[in-house]
Design a protein around this ligand. Structure first.
Ligand code: PRX
Length: 690
């Protein structure tokens, strides 16, 4: 049964029919499809839905191509998503309405009235079918030490963590901070939150104690889950120590659960609970909470142009449906596949394509603990060979880095298991794309450059899905995913129609995986995404729609930079620099950098009495590391006499970007500057980037 609940949708040439459970059938044209699918009766017991991998052309029999399916998804949005939601998720109670969304007011609700549990969808239903199927392969830092966790084992682990949380008073709606690298217990912890209806906030395990504390405080998390130490690239990462330092400033935290990774004795706190011991005392069964489709599933902090990072909120049903559908359609992931996304779980890519998407689809997902170059630049490819990975998903930064190390590190390995190669996080340059395609994929794999964001929940623009032989151009994500309607918007907020246009990339139609709000700051949510261009979701990116209708991303249009595929607000770095006693003012911009995508260039003016020099630069770098993370540390610090400002005092970042990029021959109009002489000084002291 495709629709489980009460009817099956079938096609008879140009007609659609529903066959009701009690046996009656009705036929109708496409226009009538929507009304036929609106449910009338609520389900009292869970539906029997098993995750399956049907071809969407069989699900929507009137559609025989990507274009047909795409048009249906845009024109009959509720029919499209409603059918897929009923078909691919297990519900405790069917939803009454597919969507109630408004781009003008920024209100989005999907699958209204529906009840489900995300952890049941990701674990229970696969465990019931095949408890011995491998859910996770933990690819530890040292090659050859991988551990496999079956769906049956993950079920027990997740329930034990859920029971530990309950024993310590964590309730539905409470926030749980997770500060862990990719490992089975991190996944079990995320799912345990989903099991009991708590909201997880995974914080990338590279953030400093201060950055962690500000995220814990913003979310008012009641507990933190961490590990004693992390291991990455042969180095130890003091996770517990960082958590203890953070939690000293977090009054909401009542317990720190500590998992064993290295077993070393680490700094302790009165709030400590040994997670492994606590789990051993708990049952491996935990009744799943029945959640509303729109309850919060998780929040994840990401950088914006201004202020502190914002806690982007995702929902239960809409997010899970979107992450799982994109995971199998973009990557052509089939039952039995081994999916290797090497992102850290601290970022959205890890949430959607290491954890939720693959697990909802019941495939095997790889948790990669190491780095692309440990112990040598062949690590990814040795891992692909050893684990027989079918889909590999990484960031262009890593691909560019490995390209430089030479083909011999790839050619040593048999990569015959690979079918799809994915790229995410920043534009992939044509050279890197070609290398990925030729040297890694041997021109036999489908290469997908996938564009999306923390806020979109899943991939929005990507060469696939499309016809299996549809052309793919290097270096651009090209085609919208089903249900995604990209538009290019001009400076005045007007939609630029036709092809061969450049402007702000916006999305015109709501989709289930979209963020619902910023935690505790809905007005900031509206201001950032829905007010810049009325009636559209503004992505913050610029894009070109080429002659053939394909999309290419040109980069951020706001003060967000993209460093090694990680998003960073220049304001965050400026705030950190400003906390050094010597700093009078600072302005941070990105500059094109082959290795990192964008490098970080900081212009700093010092207060009287402080001296520029190597020591000062080291201190300034140190404060950014302490306040944010190592990846946010500026590559270049230029101490200058003044910053270029307009007469009203606004810093002209355009000029700073040009100087940083060493493009000073065309600075544009500088006559509006309060003191045009500042520019000469900036150019004279410009630091060449190593
Ligand atoms: O600028 C775009 C860039 O990364 C931003 C989103 O960053 P984040 O929320 O951290 O999510 C990263 C992983 C999904 C976007 O606004 N970006 C992401 N993918 C691409 C990209 N830029 C160009 N091409 C891409 N494929």
């Amino acid at each position: 049964s495709l629709l489980n609940a009460r009817s099956v949708l079938v096609r008879n040439r140009n007609f659609w029919c529903t066959i009701e459970k009690h046996g009656s059938a009705s036929c109708f044209g496409t226009d009538q499809v929507r009304s036929k699918l609106e449910p009338t009766v609520a389900m009292d017991s869970p539906t029997a839905s098993q995750c399956s991998f049907p071809d969407l052309r069989d699900v929507f029999p009137g559609c025989s191509s990507y274009e047909d399916l795409y048009n249906l998804s845009i024109k009959e949005t509720d029919l499209f998503w409603g059918t897929l939601a009923r078909m691919s998720l297990r519900w405790n109670r069917d939803f009454e309405h597919v969507s109630n969304c408004n781009m003008e007011s920024g209100l989005f609700r999907w699958f209204l009235g529906g009840k489900l549990n995300v952890s049941v969808n990701c674990v229970d239903r696969h465990k019931e079918k095949d408890p011995d199927r491998v859910a996770l392969i933990w690819e530890k830092d040292e090659p050859g030490q991988e551990e496999r966790i079956t769906y049956g084992q993950l079920y027990t682990m997740m329930n034990q963590v859920a029971n530990v949380l309950k024993t310590h008073g964590v309730k539905k709606g409470d926030r749980v901070a997770i500060y862990m690298p990719a490992c089975p217990l991190a996944v079990a912890s995320m799912l345990a939150c989903a099991r009991i209806g708590a909201v997880h906030s995974v914080v990338f395990a590279g953030f400093s104690a201060e950055a962690l504390a500000s995220r814990i405080n913003d979310a008012e998390a009641t507990v933190v889950i961490t590990a004693d130490q992390g291991v990455r690239g042969g180095k130890l990462i003091e996770l517990k120590k960082t958590v203890v330092a953070a939690v000293g400033n977090c009054p909401s935290v009542k317990a720190i659960f500590v998992a064993k990774r290295t077993g070393s004795l680490v700094v302790s706190s009165t709030l400590d609970v040994d997670l492994d011991e606590a789990m051993a005392k708990e049952s491996g069964e935990c009744e799943p909470a029945v959640m509303d489709s729109e309850d919060l599933l998780f929040m994840l902090y990401t950088s914006g142009s201004t202020g502190n990072p914002k806690g982007v909120v995702h929902s239960q049903a809409g997010y899970l449906l979107y992450a799982s559908l994109t995971q199998r359609l973009v990557f052509d992931c089939k039952e039995g596949d081994i999916f290797g996304c090497v992102a850290d779980i601290g970022w959205i890519t890890g949430h959607s394509y290491v954890v939720y998407g693959p697990l909802a689809n019941g495939v095997t997902t790889v948790l990669f603990e190491s780095t692309p170059t440990y112990p040598d630049p062949g690590r990814y490819w040795e891992t692909v060979q050893r684990l027989k990975i079918n889909q590999f998903y990484a960031a262009p930064t890593a691909i560019r880095l490995l390209l430089k190390h030479g083909d011999e590190h790839v050619e040593k390995y048999d990569l015959g298991s690979l079918r799809t190669l994915g790229s995410v996080g920043e534009p992939i340059n044509v050279e890197a794309w070609q290398w990925y395609n030729k040297v890694v994929g041997k021109e036999k794999c489908v290469v997908v450059d996938t564009w999306w964001q923390t806020e979109t929940g899943g991939i929005c623009i990507s060469p696939r899905p499309s016809a299996p032989d549809a052309e793919i151009h290097p270096g651009m994500p090209m085609r919208p995913m089903y249900g995604i309607w990209p538009v290019i918007v001009g400076e005045k907020g007007e939609e630029l129609k036709g092809n061969d246009v450049t402007g702000a990339l916006c999305l015109k139609k709501p989709w289930p995986g979209m963020a619902r709000t910023i935690y505790g700051a809905h007005s900031r949510f509206l201001e950032t995404y829905y007010q810049p261009f009325r009636g559209f979701y503004f992505t913050g990116d610029g894009a070109i729609r080429h002659k053939n209708g394909y999309y290419q991303i040109t980069g951020r249009m706001d003060d967000v930079i993209n460093v090694t595929g990680h998003r960073l607000g220049t304001a965050e770095v400026e705030n950190a620099l400003g906390q050094h006693p010597s700093v009078a003012e600072s302005a941070v911009v990105g500059y094109p950098c082959n290795d990192k995508g964008e490098g970080i260039y900081a212009y700093v003016t010092l207060k009287d009495g402080f001296l520029a020099g190597v020591k000062m630069e080291t201190e300034l770098r140190g404060i950014v590391r302490q306040k944010i993370a190592a990846y946010a540390v500026p590559d270049v610090i230029q101490i200058c006499a003044g910053l270029p400002k307009t007469r009203s005092g606004k810093i002209m970042r355009r000029i700073l970007r040009k100087v940083a990029a060493d493009q000073t021959e065309n600075l544009g109009d500088i006559s509006t500057l309060a003191d045009p002489a500042v520019v000469k000084d900036l150019i004279a002291n410009h630091q060449t980037i190593k």
